[in-house]
Design a protein around this ligand. Sequence first.
Ligand code: 5GP
Ligand code: ZN
Length: 134
Amino acid sequence: MSDCIFCKIANGEIPSATLYEDAEFRVILDLGPASRGHALILPKAHAANICELPDELAAKAMVLAKKMVGRITEGLGCDGFNIVQNNGEVAGQTVFHFHMHLIPRYKGDGVGLGWTPGELGDKEKEEILSKVKA
Ligand code: 5GP
Ligand code: ZN
């Protein structure tokens, strides 16, 4: 993908603050961090979203997330983490190259990632189960 900024960053054509790199991934600091240490896991191969990401890379991305959470916790002393992964414009995705957000959380940081809980009614529950259950 010649016009994809995360392809260029992941493959080192554009410099980035890199926390980790291997043959398949680069982990960088987000330029617009939600909190101190907010990082992004980028596969080097282009996939627009999780649906396009090969299973093997999806599995490796999660293992890498676990490793980086450990490193960031040791280095920065955060109290918890949100791992966020947006797919589609409606879900807040702005860069259409798969990435995982690692967002360190600190007591009292006020970072807002939440939603207002609705209610799961019986009818809706049955309908969803009938349409989606694998
Ligand atoms: P999305 O909204 O697609 O889930 O997340 C895109 C993220 O990429 C945002 O948090 C944004 O701050 C970050 N970002 C966008 N462009 C760049 C860039 O050129 N360099 C870095 N390091 N982060 C970027
Ligand atoms: Zn790309």
